[in-house]
Design a protein around this ligand. Structure first.
Ligand SMILES: C[S@@+](CC[C@H](N)C(=O)[O-])C[C@H]1O[C@@H](n2cnc3c(N)ncnc32)[C@H](O)[C@@H]1O
Length: 187
């Protein structure tokens, strides 16, 4: 496992994915009923853009940095930007939320998070970063097994993010298989 998401956190694709995710949380939260958030390839959860890995690629400069510097934003970005503002209270962009931290901040007391990360070091960092929130469970197994291992959930509604590194040729077809499996396990 060579891929480390810290090199890519906050790049334009990450931003797009996280914006869509933040809108999904907002729409699901219109109903009081709880939902579960499942993240099969979760990463470490929170990233330091001034850290060694993010600094080496500088990908975030063409992603979140451009939005951060813009003078005005569409209202649809409010939830997403709110999380980033909370992580950077002095206004200097340094910390960027991965999908787990975004989920943690944009879900409610009644919702539950099941996060999975297979990389040994990143799994340990994820556990540290999510510590103290009793709604969150961190698993460190095989991401492709998440649908069969964790579904069906006790909640009737689920957000399942399947976000592999896309470094191997079969990962896209494995996403389709996993999604079909997940759909088959939930009513
Ligand atoms: C694109 S990153 C995830 C980014 C994260 N979802 C986010 O939006 O912040 C992909 C992650 O999958 C992990 N990974 C790679 N192969 C895996 C596998 N077979 N099972 C679980 N995790 C895996 C990598 O270590 C990496 O952290």
């Amino acid at each position: 496992m060579n891929y480390r998401h810290a090199f890519h956190a906050g790049n334009h694709a990450d931003v797009l994915k996280h914006l869509v995710l933040s809108r999904i949380f907002a729409l699901l939260s219109r109903k009081e009923a709880p939902f579960a958030y499942l993240d099969s390839h979760a990463g470490v959860g929170l990233y330091d853009l001034a850290g060694d890995q993010a600094s080496r690629t500088g990908e975030w400069l063409q992603g979140i940095a451009r939005i951060w510097q813009a003078e005005a934003h569409p209202a649809l970005l409010d939830d997403y930007l709110g999380v980033i503002r909370q992580l950077n209270p002095d206004g200097t962009l340094r910390y960027y939320p991965g999908s787990p931290e975004l989920a943690r901040q944009l879900t409610r007391e009644q919702d539950r998070l099941q996060l999975n990360e297979k990389h040994p070091e990143d799994g340990a960092l994820l556990k540290d970063n999510m510590a103290g929130d009793r709604r969150v469970a961190v698993h460190r197994g095989e991401g492709w097994h998440v649908p069969r291992a964790l579904m069906p959930t006790q909640e009737k509604r689920v957000v399942l993010l399947i976000d592999p590194p896309f470094e191997q040729a079969d990962e896209l077809s494995r996403c389709v298989t996993a999604m079909k499996e997940a759909l088959g396990r939930m009513r």
